[in-house]
Design a binder for this molecule. Structure first.
Ligand code: PXP
Length: 245
């Protein structure tokens, strides 16, 4: 059977809550509904500025998530200590800039090999799998392998946001090469950022990629069709793309 996971990122449920400082909508409720719709993993990004997900969400989700909990976070010692305490199933290390709207590029593992290696080891000592969010770049893949990451997540943003068909094809080619390189060296490969029902199919059809983390488009769609249905549609689209239909 084709093993593929859909990780549903519920950050933007917390974004709406934080906009008014209310108790609703609760990302914990969203996570439970996402699992009902077929999510194989719940993904949250605890940002250093706490603009959406709070430590309270991480604590409760650690207790309530039935599938897997993937914590995205900056590659800092302070964040690693939090992860070590709460023990998500997986940490995805991402670059973080306070002024950005969302994660804008991949982690530069090649430039920061030693500190990232220390952090990977620290988290793995706590029984946490570590994935590195990187651009689809061969040097970054090699560096991720060298620091003993358990997996990499390829940044699909440049592919998703391409303004012309030519650029999109070029960016898709980079994802194909990156996925194949990971597969060749035995490094599990995931993908995410900017994926929607409209642009997902070619990427989801790459069988080397075994996990997709998708947030904004699912939460946006959930406003109209509900969380369970929005997740069901996305999962269906992934499975359909992989079956070649
Ligand atoms: N993967 C990573 C590492 C991310 O940082 C994000 C955004 O938080 C996502 C996936 C999901 O991206 P989007 O919300 O655009 O689907």
């Amino acid at each position: 059977m084709d093993e593929v996971r859909l990780g549903v990122n519920v950050d933007h449920v917390a974004t709406i809550r934080q906009a008014r400082g209310t108790r609703y909508p609760d990302p914990v409720t969203a996570a439970a509904l996402a699992e009902s719709g077929g999510a194989d993993q719940i993904t949250i990004h605890l940002r250093e500025d706490r603009r959406h997900i709070q430590e309270r969400d991480l604590r409760i989700l650690r207790e309530t998530v039935q599938t897997r909990l993937n914590l995205e976070m900056a590659a800092t010692k302070e964040m690693s200590k939090i992860a070590y305490e709460f023990k998500p199933d997986m940490v995805t290390l991402v670059p973080e800039k306070r002024e950005e709207l969302t994660t804008e590029g991949g982690l530069d593992v090649a430039m920061r090999r030693d500190p990232i290696k220390d952090q990977v080891r620290f988290l793995q000592d706590g029984d946490i799998h570590v994935s590195l969010f990187i651009d689809p770049d061969i040097d970054q893949i090699r560096a991720a392998h060298k620091v003993n990451a358990n997996a990499v997540e390829l940044h699909t943003g440049a592919y998703c946001e391409a303004k012309s068909q030519g650029v999109r094809q070029q960016e898709f080619g980079r994802l194909v090469d990156a996925a194949k390189t990971c597969s060749k060296i035995g490094l599990p490969v995931y993908a995410g950022h900017g994926l929607t029902l409209n642009n997902l199919a070619p990427v989801a059809a790459l069988l080397e990629i075994t996990e997709f983390n998708i947030g904004h488009s699912i939460i946006a769609r959930a406003i109209f069709v509900g969380m369970v249905e929005a997740v069901r549609e996305m999962k269906q689209a992934i499975l359909q793309a992989r079956s070649g239909q």
